[in-house]
Design a protein. Structure first.
Length: 154
């Protein structure tokens, strides 16, 4: 069974690889995450990643909690995940952005946008949100240390 099909069946699990006769853990990659998606969802993910990488070239990107996420100085900025009927784009500090178009998500400062087709992605609006994400941040990195209390970094 390939890593991509393993990942598709259990996205939250850490993949196992055979190395020198032993099973070892391998962190799934964003490419493996994309490969595990259906064609339309993969196209959405590919488009999102391209735009995010263009606007946040200095961000660290990785699979975090089973989804692609971009970090600046250890703080989660933006990510996306496959939901049952769409791909959700999430900005951790999006409720504080000035550019309209995002919907509040959860009880902290996150905001989201959902896509069912790649053509729904507005590169200009996404670029604006990504630029705002550089300067408007809430400190999710230290959320546990502060016992659930968010503090602004802007």
């Amino acid at each position: 069974m390939s890593n991509a099909s393993l990942f598709a069946r259990r996205p939250a699990m850490i993949l196992l690889q055979r190395k020198a006769g032993h099973m070892t853990q391998a962190t799934p990659t964003i490419l493996a995450y994309h490969a595990a998606q259906a064609e339309t969802d993969r196209a959405i993910c590919d488009a999102l990643r391209t735009i995010i990488d263009q606007h946040l070239p200095d961000a660290e990107s990785k699979i975090w909690h089973a989804h692609p996420v971009w970090f600046l100085a250890g703080n989660p900025i933006v990510g996306y995940s496959k939901l049952k009927s769409c791909v959700r784009l999430l900005f951790w500090s999006g409720q504080s952005f000035r550019t309209p178009g995002l919907e509040p998500e959860g009880s902290f400062k996150a905001a989201e946008l959902r896509f069912t087709a790649p053509g729904q992605i507005n590169p200009n609006a996404l670029g604006n949100w990504l630029e705002e994400a550089r300067t408007i941040q809430w400190d999710y990195r230290n959320l546990v240390k502060r016992k659930g209390r968010l503090e602004p970094l802007f």
